[in-house]
Design a protein around this ligand. Structure first.
Ligand SMILES: Cc1ncc(COP(=O)(O)O)c(C=O)c1O
Length: 401
């Protein structure tokens, strides 16, 4: 492999790759736990982690060992054949969740898509053929396939991709009154993120989540909790709904469950999953032995009480440090979040702020209109949190022009 300058790599990418991302001027080459390095040898503290994906750290030893072993055994087979990794991963997930059955996908959007199909089929059989409507929320994000993107609030502002799925409404997040105004005899499902990630790290109010559960029970509506970003230990519990003391009917997960390898899933209580019959749904790669073996190793690390306690402690420590910085300067407006899913609103232009952070050795992303989002590996400890606070403090105090 021949090496090039960052500038040339970026130019080559610009020529050949569709321009759907804001391209950063760093070409990432390798990573270890919470740090990554670019092709010119610069080191960064990775507070993106593939956007809440690299849960157990870059190049996690258990993951590497599992890949090496499994890749020498079997990486792929048809979904009609069972494999030990797939069965073990399903058993582990259902042991940890208030659900009895799981379907593995390759991504978050596909998990949402499957969950919507399951909810609609259940409503069709149990409530009537025209019970198809779905309530999602303003500022929501559920993925880019057509069902998922229709539930995603941004679709409202992108008519060029229409027509979208009919019967999807967007209620105000955290407003039960708004939800009630959309509920009618045709409402099949409500889909909610316990913490809106892309929307700007906006946590649900616990009473709202409980209220949604009650409304769904009262009207026989399927409650889907989209935990693709907030789940898998990110907020200090394996499943995000645990933190809100409710049991969804269907839960979607992805991102952190594979630790960096593409896998997603939706889990359902048997009352719902049993309406799915042979031929209703499927996938070529979903649940393959390689990725379910990896996911098992990842989830088995996340589920450990000490691992989850570290997420809570490091998250609290970071939030305290950021709030202290807020008190010491006039540049931070708000710090929000839970566990290691944190949003910071500042007075600075978000693009310039993220560029300055990168130049100072810290990678972060934008969420919502102006929030700096921090979703580091869940293995981040006090030392890395101090490093993050030092780097963020330096940029914030210096100012961004
Ligand atoms: C809450 C939520 N749902 C769904 C998705 C879509 O996941 P994917 O990009 O893997 O399709 C995302 C991705 O950011 C997400 O945050």
């Amino acid at each position: 492999m021949t090496f090039d300058t960052t500038e040339n790599y970026v130019q080559r990418a610009t020529d050949k790759i569709m321009p759907l991302y804001a391209i950063k001027d760093a070409v990432l080459e390798r990573g270890k736990n919470c740090h990554v390095w670019d092709t010119e040898g610069r080191e960064y503290l990775d507070c993106i982690a593939g956007i809440a994906v690299v849960s157990v750290g870059h190049c996690n030893e258990r993951v590497i060992n599992a890949i090496t072993d499994q890749i020498n055994k079997l990486t792929m087979c048809s979904g009609s054949y069972q494999t030990v990794p797939k069965i073990q991963c399903a058993e582990l997930l259902t042991e940890l969740c208030c659900a009895e059955q799981v379907f593995f996908t390759n991504s978050g959007a596909e998990a949402v898509e499957g969950a919507l199909k399951l909810a609609r089929k259940w409503a069709h059989i149990n409530r009537g053929e025209d019970v198809k409507e779905i309530i999602a929320f303003k500022n929501s994000f559920h993925g880019r396939t057509y069902g998922a993107v229709t539930c995603t609030y941004k679709s409202v502002k992108q008519p060029e991709f229409g027509p979208y799925l009919p019967g999807v409404h967007h209620a105000e997040f955290n407003s039960l009154e708004s939800v009630k105004s959309f509920i009618n005899d045709k409402t099949a499902a409500i889909i909610v993120e316990p913490i809106q990630g892309e929307g700007g790290i906006l946590p649900v109010e616990p009473e709202f989540m409980i209220g949604l559960r009650e409304l769904c029970d009262e009207h026989n509506i399927v409650l889907i909790s989209d935990e693709i970003q907030a789940g898998m230990g990110r907020i200090g519990t394996v499943f995000a709904h645990e933190a809100y003391d409710i049991e969804p009917d269907i839960t979607t997960i992805a991102k952190g469950m594979g630790g960096g390898f593409p896998i997603g899933a939706f889990l359902a209580k048997k009352k719902f999953s049993e309406v799915f019959k042979y031929g209703d749904h499927g996938t070529t790669y979903g649940g393959n032995p390689l990725v379910t073996r990896i996911a098992y190793e990842v989830i088995d690390q996340i589920r450990q009480p000490a691992f989850l306690q570290n997420v809570i402690d490091t998250g609290n420590y970071l939030m305290e440090g950021l709030n202290k910085l807020k008190a010491d300067t006039n540049s931070i407006e708000e710090v929000r979040g839970k566990g290691l899913m944190i949003g910071v609103d500042t007075v600075y232009d978000i693009n310039k702020l993220l560029k300055a952070m990168q130049e100072n050795g810290l990678l972060a992303t934008q969420a919502g209109a102006k929030s700096m989002r921090l979703t580091p590996p869940l293995t981040m400890g006090k030392a890395e949190a101090d490093e993050a606070l030092e780097k963020i403090g330096h940029v914030i105090k210096k100012g961004v022009l």
